[in-house]
Design a protein around this ligand. Structure first.
Ligand SMILES: Nc1ncnc2c1ncn2[C@@H]1O[C@H](COP(=O)(O)OP(=O)(O)OP(=O)(O)O)[C@@H](O)[C@H]1O
Ligand SMILES: [Mg+2]
Length: 490
């Protein structure tokens, strides 16, 4: 990619960017939220056309004006959200994209190839399974398998691994390493710098739309990369434990809770816990062990079959989400761009929708100044508070959600992976904001996270959830990392 420039109203997303990637390499593309990473790979995938600059493939200039063009050149993108049709089987989904077999795709043959590739991931999968039955991880695996069957030569991964549990991520990294060893090219976007350093051969750092530098992995340290990414802000990056709160008094009480999962059976099996004022109560666990369902049930988003929930002493077991929101409960759900914000709407409208503001008359002036305040405090990169959320970068969408919910949480914050999709410096900043708020405003926080660095940095109490149950609760200062990890996977 040579001299690529891309402007959007009010921002130069890419400014004369040069990027060269080679066969047989994993090339990481790193940079803070809004740096231009997604825009660059979207240009390569034919979603955006550059205002200036050219793309040269194997020595020849090419014009890529749609993903179909890109796929014909062997360029395939896998993003955060799976692009599969739920009502079709895995094989049908994959056949949809395979022109090489013509209209009469030999289903059996494709099914065999799918199974073979799944084995490379180290899992068994039946290609005739309906896609809606698959977990997020399995859907992402199908996306990778599809890319392989499409004959991918350059695989673009835009945070496609971000939402996967750690163990699964390792599996995916092994798979893409195998692909690179066979001559494939991977362009990898992630905010997990240590993972990028581990997986990549080369690294290009983008900052404010410009290339800071392209380096060989072996010539730099993690700290060098952080300095290139964040400049002065890199000094803020620390994984030390934040000052502890002084928990006092019971705020949220969960008693013997039973909650169903999406596919029958109980995802939450008799969970009891207590969150105090002034406390960050963190739940560690591998994704898919009931954390999501537990938080949804507390928030009134999933029916409770058995057990009770009390908030400030009041039984709220079957209360609505609306009711809890009015009481001052903030909520950060999983899949933020799907369940947390309405991406077609503006930042202001996304704030106005919160029950405390949306009762009766909406005071737009007040909401506008709140939007401006949050944009300033969280450094949300946007041309204006009137911008539709879909025009923001992934991390900045997350900042809109997190800032709004922390503002709503005048008593309790319930959050699922609150710093996912945020760059490292911003993630740590958000943890500080949460912690300060818990201490200064004496609120409680119930946070489920798969990121142990996050848990150890922020928690006052650490619980481990495994197979729908709480299998251990520790005061954070006494918790041992190995023990927590063991409980998570045993
Ligand atoms: N369709 C669009 N319309 C207007 N502005 C856009 C659009 N897409 C991206 N931008 C802007 O371009 C800049 C770069 O965004 P991009 O999504 O490439 O960042 P990113 O590096 O992927 O960040 P993140 O880590 O948060 O995903 C941002 O300022 C963003 O607001
Ligand atoms: Mg992005």
């Amino acid at each position: 990619m040579r001299n690529i420039t891309k402007r959007f109203p009010g921002v130069v997303a890419l400014d004369r960017v040069n990027l060269e990637v080679y066969p047989g390499t994993i090339h990481a593309l790193l940079g803070e939220n809004g740096a231009g990473k997604s825009t660059l790979v979207k240009i390569l995938y034919g979603i955006y056309t550059p205002d200036e600059g050219v793309i040269i493939l194997n020595g020849r200039r090419v014009i890529i004006s749609s993903p179909i063009d890109a796929i014909n050149y062997g360029i395939v993108m896998v993003s955060q959200s799976p692009q599969l049709i739920d009502r079709l089987t895995i094989a049908e989904n994959i056949i949809l994209g395979l022109k090489k077999y013509g209209y009469y795709a030999p289903v059996k043959l494709v099914e065999r190839e799918i199974s073979k590739l799944a084995e490379e991931f180290g899992v068994k999968i039946d290609p005739s399974t309906d896609t809606w039955k698959l977990s997020y991880t399995q859907k992402q695996m199908v996306e990778f398998i599809r890319a392989m069957l499409l004959g991918v030569k350059i695989l673009l991964i835009d945070e496609a691994l971000t939402y996967l549990p750690i163990e699964e991520r390792r599996r995916f990294y092994k798979f893409i390493k195998g692909f690179a060893e066979r001559g494939g090219t991977v362009l990898l976007i992630t905010h997990k710098i240590p993972e990028a350093m581990e997986a990549a051969d080369k690294i290009t750092v983008l900052r404010r739309g410009r290339v800071v530098k392209t380096v060989e992995k072996t010539e730099v340290t993690i700290d060098d990369i952080r300095r290139m990414m964040f400049g002065e802000r890199s000094k803020e990056i620390t994984y030390e434990r934040l000052p502890p709160g002084a928990p006092d008094g019971e705020l949220l009480l969960v008693e013997n809770l039973w909650v169903e999962g999406d596919f029958g059976g109980y995802a939450v099996q008799g969970v009891s816990l207590k969150v105090r004022r002034g406390e960050v109560f963190a739940i560690a666990g591998v994704a898919g062990n009931g954390q999501k369902e537990l938080l949804q049930a507390i928030m009134g988003l999933r029916p409770i079959r058995k057990g009770k929930v009390f908030f400030e002493g009041e039984d709220i077991t079957h209360r609505s989400t609306y009711y809890l929101r009015l009481k001052g409960v903030g909520y950060i759900p999983d899949l933020p761009a799907k369940y947390g914000v309405s991406i077609e709407n503006t930042i202001i409208e996304n704030i106005a929708v919160i029950p405390v503001y949306a009762r009766g008359f909406i005071d737009w002036d007040k909401i506008r100044s709140l939007a401006l305040k949050l944009i300033r405090e969280y450094d949300i990169k946007t041309p204006s508070p009137e911008a539709p959320v879909k025009y923001l970068s992934g991390g900045n969408i997350m900042k809109v959600l997190v800032s709004r919910e922390l503002n709503t949480a005048t008593k309790l914050l319930v959050a699922y992976n609150p710093t996912r999709a945020l760059d490292e410096a911003t993630a740590i900043r958000v943890r500080r904001i949460i912690k300060n708020k818990v201490i200064n405003d004496n609120i409680g926080a119930l946070i489920a996270s798969e990121d142990l660095d996050e848990i150890f940095q922020i928690a006052d109490t650490i619980a481990v959830m495994n197979s729908g149950r709480i299998v251990g609760v520790f005061p954070a200062e006494k918790a041992k990392r190995e023990e927590i990890e063991h409980l998570m996977v045993m």
